[in-house]
Write a protein that binds this ligand. Structure first.
Ligand code: UN1
Length: 504
């Protein structure tokens, strides 16, 4: 463990703030691993005064960074990607130690960081604007994209490093600087990533405050980010209530927002689908990251004709789940992030039982050091009863039946969240209907693959209470830039648009 910390430049006690220099004289917290409940290291939060100085430096760094040609900014992101490749193993280990996902998934998370860096390097030469025909003679109409400012990135514990990288790789090539407030549950991985960015920025001779960090509580440091006009864009990943709060504060000052909030993701399994595919997709979607992905599969909508047999097979698979130390390859499921998450899971199961839900299997706390291990749970429900409409951030899977295809779509869409969805079918008409305007209302809709594990090349995000934001691939970069529309007159006289004349 010490070796992992050392190789990433971490010590036993670490300051939690960075803007060219490391600082942090606020309350110190001990980071405890959910794997065994043992302390990993301590981190000192930043005080509000320190936060102000960090933001000021990050804002000042923007004034010069925005003038660097975008392909040059891309070279910096390329070097960050290379550093991530070098540190992939150690960073994945730290992710596992700090938040408890399996090492395989930790490696996958760091791979997502590398992938988005590669994407952003290409993007640094492709931030195209359009040219439109002007309605006036000898005029040109065009739009171009300019940097926006400081991007405040507020991330959650479950993808402690990838979400920062999706935002940061894009923000950097777009000419923005980044101020990161990670989850208080995962400050060590945030310090490790910031050190990687610091090294690269220094090597290139750029101001390392371009990638700043402020560790502290959401209610103080988070709100300072939300309310400060020096932060042009706030990209927030977290719960629906958290997003509602952030949204109000940022909107109040007309700041820009990207919200990535809760999901309540369903897989529809048609009687015309490949049930082996369905089984694997649902199993990984539900137990992967111990059910703590915003894309985790939470609901399965099964055709009544296959319901009984499929439910049997799924339970048999669940019984084989190896639960334990996520650093060991033999374990498929690690702990939840902390003991509080276990309490929340067990309370949710009690509530759904009171609403008529029938627990088929699992949902128990395991007596292990640290107190964060549970057995994954399957609950049979009659449609979207009230608890099913809530996102419980844990491995609880709800099974429900449908008769007609229209019923399946209505169940899929019948929750307040709209992140990810999937259908397992070999019937082309069903899959096309699912993907049509009459189908899934989610930001992500997959066919014959599960709800989680989105690739970075597509835009990532969801509708309704998921918040509407998009990050990562496709044209999500546009949210990190300022669009400027330009009319250029080369006619040598003045002509008003819309045919308006002005006699002088
Ligand atoms: C999240 O859970 O916040 O699609 C992000 C996935 C991952 C990202 C999840 N690529 O499951």
């Amino acid at each position: 463990m010490d070796q992992v910390l050392n190789s990433l430049g971490l010590s036993k006690s670490n300051p939690g703030g960075f803007a060219g220099a490391w600082l942090g004289s606020g309350k110190a917290q001990t980071v405890v691993s959910p794997i065994h409940g043992e302390p990993l290291a301590t981190v000192a939060n930043v005080t509000p005064q320190e936060f102000d100085a960090i933001l000021e430096k990050c804002h000042l760094a923007y004034a010069t960074w925005k003038l660097v040609p975008a392909p040059k900014r891309g070279e910096v992101v390329k070097a960050i990607g290379d550093e991530l490749r070098r540190h992939k193993g150690a960073l994945a280990e730290l992710v596992t130690l700090e938040m408890g996902k399996t090492l395989r998934e930790g490696l996958g998370e760091v791979q997502e960081m590398i992938d988005i860096c590669d994407f952003a390097v290409g993007l640094s030469r492709q931030m195209y604007g359009l040219t439109m025909p002007s309605e006036r003679k000898q005029h040109r109409l065009q739009e171009q994209w300019h940097p926006l400012g400081v991007v405040g990135v507020i991330t959650a514990f479950n993808f402690p490093v990838a979400v920062w990288s999706w935002n940061t790789a894009l923000a950097l090539v777009c000419g923005d600087t980044v101020l990161w407030k990670p989850s208080s549950k995962t400050p060590l991985t945030a310090i490790a990533c910031t050190k990687i960015a610091e090294k690269v920025l220094r090597d290139f001779g750029f101001d390392p405050a371009i990638c700043s960090l402020a560790i502290g509580r959401g209610s103080d440091i988070g709100d300072l980010i939300n309310t400060d006009p020096r932060v042009a864009l706030v990209s927030y990943t977290g719960s629906v209530p958290g997003g509602r709060h952030v949204g109000r504060l940022v909107q109040e000052r007309f700041g820009r927002l990207i919200l990535e909030l809760g999901g309540n993701n369903a897989v529809i399994v048609s009687e015309k689908g490949d049930l082996d595919i369905a089984l694997r997709a649902i199993y990984f979607g539900a137990i992967g990251t111990s059910g703590q992905r915003c894309t985790s599969t939470r609901r399965v909508i099964l055709h009544e004709s296959i319901y009984a047999a499929f439910t049997e097979r799924l339970q048999a698979l669940y019984r084989k789940t190896t639960i334990g130390n996520p650093r060991l390859d033999e374990n498929l499921m690690g702990p939840l992030v902390d003991a509080g998450a276990v309490d929340t899971m067990l309370e949710a199961i009690e509530k759904v039982k009171a609403e008529g839900g029938r627990v088929l299997l699992g949902g128990e706390r395991l007596q292990r050091p640290g107190g964060c291990y549970v057995t994954p749970c399957i609950v049979e429900v009659d449609g979207n009863i009230p608890m099913v409409k809530e996102e419980t951030f844990a491995p609880v899977l709800y099974l429900m039946k449908y008769r007609t295809f229209e019923e399946a779509i209505a169940l899929q869409n019948g929750v307040p969240q709209g992140l990810s969805s999937a259908i397992i079918t070999n019937d082309q008409r069903e899959s096309e209907l699912f993907l049509s305007a009459a189908g899934s209302d989610c930001g992500i809709a997959n066919v014959n693959t599960g709800t989680s594990g989105a690739e970075i090349g597509g835009a990532f995000g969801g509708e309704k209470e998921t918040g509407g934001g998009r990050e990562s691939g496709s044209d999500a970069w546009k949210a990190y830039m300022r669009r400027q529309t330009t009319a250029i007159n080369f006619s040598g006289r003045v002509e008003l648009a819309q045919g308006i004349t002005l006699e002088l």
